[in-house]
Design a protein around this ligand. Structure first.
Ligand code: PLP
Length: 466
């Protein structure tokens, strides 16, 4: 754990006291608060914390009498070490922060499904039912142009399944300008070739026509692949054959939209959506669940019933299948209220400025160096390149960035021009008090001893203490 080093006391008296009074591990574990903690977190985890704390007591860092309190303070909140982070980066889909945050409706559904649940059982008839059917139905209600739906582990898995089932040992015809790298070294061509399919590249980087595809399509063709190059833009002398032009070549058109928009999003006119591409003639659309759809990590497959059925029945589908938690969260995302990503996308810039002004005023009243500034947010997650959304941010001394990242809850901002910027478009409004508390916490502990007279830029301790 990173953090402030303990102010160690290693005087011989303390070490002597510890030798005589250090309680046995079992005695510490029998303390009622630690018995309760063991029920919540597991005995092994609590025991490990006790051992660490005792080790430090033995080293003379603190007296034996403090052991129990120190253990209680050091216990984690949950048995998982994943910690909640307030995303103040202004990047709506932050890959390192788990992409889309789930809506409360999706979180509730996930919790309810966490126990035993009817994921594969029809409670009315007592018979086995199709796994995940309610989630498929929710998708088809939103995208009537799709005859059937299937869900796998992520967008990459959806492509792997399509390539394996429809093109293994055969060719995937794809435009040169669409062989993209998604991020973190993940390259679409490598993924497709790994399934045993061959790539038949057509056209040039900047221009590809229907005739290029038509000339390449033949008996060896498994499908024509159309990819939305989601994380970059080619401008100038460019043109790519659209889905509508590729339909009618006599082979299936598989279209990777990436973002997961089910229907058009007016705020992002250049992002493709499943309904539009299916209506234009795509036979199968693949997409991610945790990008602009705002749901759990998963890969959506929407389209022709016969193709979806073939994919879902292939042995590989079993290896790529999602769990009950994903189905629960996905259905609630598709049917439920707008998820946080959509709320962030549509946040009113005036409201963001009001929030920034109020937060900054409150924190300045506590003596902190916090100012409201105009800023910009982006979609991120490899989506909507070039799109910026007007936003507002809190501007703090740059040194706060590290301290906020290590605070509880962790707050992730950005350092820009020597200031730490906390962008409010990616912070849900109901988290403003939490954000303010984290800033006060950092303000209180980060401050150098203020030497009077105070300058305006000194990060002064909060009079409230925390
Ligand atoms: C993100 C993306 C993928 C990969 O999806 P994952 O869910 O990350 O596996 C594939 N294709 C496109 C166009 C994408 O944008």
């Amino acid at each position: 754990m990173e953090g402030e080093p303990d102010r160690t006391r290693t005087d011989p008296d303390v070490r002597d006291d510890v030798r005589r009074h250090l309680p046995r591990t079992d005695t510490v574990l029998a303390e009622p608060r630690l018995v309760a903690a063991a029920g919540r977190l597991g005995r092994g985890l609590v025991k490990a914390v006790v051992a660490q704390v005792q080790q430090r007591a033995r080293a003379g860092e603190f007296p034996a009498a403090e052991v129990v309190e120190r253990v209680v303070a050091a216990l984690p909140a949950t048995a998982s070490t994943l910690r909640p982070v307030l995303n103040a980066t202004g990047v709506l889909l932050h890959t390192n922060l788990g992409r889309a945050p789930l809506s409360q409706a999706a979180l509730d559904a996930l919790l309810a499904a966490g126990g035993t649940t009817d994921v594969e059982l029809d409670l009315a008839t007592g018979l086995r039912s199709r796994r995940g059917r309610p989630a498929f139905e929710a998708l088809l209600e939103r995208v009537p142009a799709a005859q059937a739906a299937h869900v796998v582990n992520n967008g990459a898995a959806a492509l792997v399944l399509a390539a394996t089932v429809l093109a293994r040992g055969r060719e995937i015809v794809v435009g040169r300008g669409e062989l993209v790298e998604i991020g973190d070294g993940f390259r679409l061509p490598d993924l497709l070739v790994s399934t045993g399919a061959r790539l038949r590249e057509v056209g040039t980087t900047n221009r590809t026509t229907r005739a290029d595809y038509a000339a390449a399509v033949g008996p060896e063709t498994g499908f024509v692949l159309k990819v939305h190059p989601s994380n970059f833009r080619v401008t100038g002398f460019t043109s790519q054959a659209g889905v509508a032009e590729l339909a009618g070549l006599g082979v299936p058109v598989v279209a990777d939209i990436g973002s997961g928009l089910l229907t058009p999003e007016p705020a992002l006119p250049d992002e493709p959506d499943a309904a539009t591409w299916l209506r234009a003639g795509a036979d199968l659309v693949t997409a991610s669940g945790d990008k602009l759809l705002g749901g759990p990590q998963c890969g959506l497959l929407l389209g022709r019933a016969d193709l979806v059925e073939r994919l879902a029945r292939h042995p590989l589908a079993r290896a790529l299948r999602v769990d009950k938690l994903t189905f629960a969260a996905l259905e609630a995302t598709v049917r439920g209220p707008a998820p946080p990503v959509r709320l962030a996308l549509h946040a009113d810039p005036r409201r963001l400025r009001e929030r920034a002004a109020r937060l900054a005023a409150d924190l300045r009243a506590d003596g902190l160096d916090v100012h409201a500034v105009d800023s910009e947010a982006v979609i991120g997650g490899g989506g909507a390149p070039g799109v910026t959304l007007p936003s507002a941010a809190l501007s703090l001394p740059a040194s706060c960035a590290v301290l906020l990242r290590r605070a509880t809850p962790a707050v992730l901002g950005r350092v820009e021009s020597g200031r730490c910027l906390l962008n409010l478009r990616t912070v849900p409004e109901e988290s403003d008090p939490t954000l303010a508390a984290a800033i006060r916490q950092v303000g209180a502990t980060a401050a150098p001893e203020p030497a009077p007279p105070r300058t305006e830029t000194t990060l002064a301790p909060s009079p409230t203490g925390r």
